[in-house]
Design a protein around this ligand. Structure first.
Ligand SMILES: [Zn+2]
Length: 451
């Protein structure tokens, strides 16, 4: 036909030619394929990719031969170098010689299909590793382009770029791998690797220390862990299958999956969903004759609460908190926003100044209380981390800066409107309406203290 590479017409043309393949395979090799309830699945066809499936080497060879003869009658050519065989099994498999039109077909252990790297073991770490690499490449490109355009370090812009360009990469195909886990520990490790990468980018954008706890950072930026998105997508995907008419292909695949999970004890999509749901207090009905509709919002809400739980950190006063976890405790007690709607990171201020302000709120600043903590293994005792500006002998922490340090008293007079009876605690002070006023007051304090 002579179409250009990538021409939108190519998929339509291919569809017209390949339309008869299903009927042809059904007629020529009726016994080949994978049995799913009363259906037999032989091929998956998408765009110009064809995936043939069989439960034995002989059947697969018969399918390849049938495909080759079908293509030959239509003068279509199969690209043998691009054709691969993958044997899906948990145990090591022997090499079997397959041919296509007399040419040997290479046998591989993993194969990229529709942008996802599937491995013969079914392990999802092989799917996620390339996604991580791709995300890293995309972010490097965005950073390069951004520095070429010289548009400054605005945190808001960086966060928007991250979510418009990078997060879709990190979610690609999560309907398949977001909750599915044939080997739970390895799967969770792979998934958390992706979350760590996301955290790393957020910390870089905000110029935070690697030790800044994720929960605090996400709360400050008004973001959710990626797992919440993965679960929502996977659950919605499941529900979209459950909503299909009984007897339709994908609905039947779901029923088969449920039967394998609950009667055969298989580790598959349905059993993964059931154990994920159980981990957040939801029971998936263990039925095999109907595909259950899941409560997406309820499950996601429950997961979010579990992931955001702050444990003990809200039960201590930051000044008396044990060293372990004092940073989280300080954030919970003094800084965590009351409302999810108004956030300091959205203020229209320069990127560098916002970074310094976020560092102050997230315990990554140069106040004596923090520098003493970082002084090394024999770190300075907390009582010794005194303010160097006022010589009062008080510990130089965030509260001392905001309310107590006499060296900063002239600034409090200048910003008198910020100090009222309703704003005399750390949380109420930072929650008051005049976010910009609070921002400038804190930045002036830090400037005066040369921090
Ligand atoms: Zn002081």
């Amino acid at each position: 036909m002579g179409l250009r590479q990538g021409c939108p017409l190519s998929a339509t043309l291919f569809g017209l030619f390949i339309d008869g393949l299903h009927h042809y395979l059904e007629t020529v090799v009726p016994g080949a394929g994978v049995q799913i309830q009363h259906l037999r699945l032989r091929e998956l066809v998408y765009a110009d990719d064809i995936c043939l499936m069989a439960s034995s080497p002989g059947q697969l060879q018969a399918l390849i031969d049938a495909l080759a003869s079908y293509c030959a009658t239509l003068h279509l050519e199969i690209s043998v170098p691009k054709t691969k065989v993958m044997i899906v099994a948990n145990v090591s498999t022997v090499l079997v010689a397959f041919t296509c039109n007399g040419n040997p077909v290479e046998q591989v252990t993993s194969f990229r299909y529709l942008g996802l790297h599937f491995h013969q073991s079914g392990a999802i770490s092989h799917v996620i590793q390339p996604i991580k690499a791709k995300a890293g490449g995309s972010w490097a490109t965005v950073q390069r382009r951004h520095s070429l355009l010289q548009c400054g370090k605005a945190i808001n812009l960086h966060l928007r770029l991250l979510h418009a360009i990078l997060v879709p990469v990190m979610q690609y195909g999560c309907e398949v791998w977001g909750m599915h886990s044939p080997r739970v520990a390895i799967a969770n490790g792979a998934r958390s690797g992706l979350q760590h990468l996301y955290d790393h980018y957020l910390r870089t954008i905000c110029d935070l220390r690697p030790s800044t706890p994720r929960k605090m950072m996400l709360a400050e930026l008004g973001l959710l862990p990626l797992q919440v998105f993965w679960w929502r997508q996977a659950l919605q995907f499941w529900n979209s299958l459950a909503a299909l008419l009984a007897g339709s292909f994908y609905h039947t695949v779901c029923l088969d999956n449920l039967t394998d999970a609950f009667q055969g004890g298989a580790c598959n999509m349905a059993s993964s969903l059931a154990s994920c749901l159980q981990s957040v207090g939801f029971d998936m009905p263990r039925v095999c004759d109907v595909v259950p509709l899941l409560d997406v919002d309820g499950v996601v809400e429950s997961l979010t609460v579990t992931l955001q739980a702050t444990g003990d950190s809200a039960s201590f006063c930051p000044r008396q908190a044990p060293t372990q976890g004092v940073v989280s405790c300080t954030y919970e007690q003094w800084f965590r926003p009351y409302s999810a709607r108004r956030r300091y990171c959205q203020l229209p201020v320069s990127g560098r100044r916002m970074q310094r302000f976020l560092q102050f709120r997230l315990g990554c600043h140069g106040l004596p209380v923090a520098t003493g903590r970082l002084a090394g293994p024999g770190h300075v005792d907390r009582a010794q981390r005194v303010c160097s500006c006022c010589h009062s002998g008080a510990v130089g922490d965030e509260r001392h800066l905001v309310f107590e340090c006499v060296a900063l008293a002239p600034l409090r007079v200048r910003y008198a409107s910020l100090f009222t009876n309703d704003t005399n605690t750390m949380r109420s002070f930072f929650a008051q309406r005049d976010h910009l006023g609070v921002f400038h007051y804190v930045m002036d304090c830090l400037d005066l203290m040369h921090i």
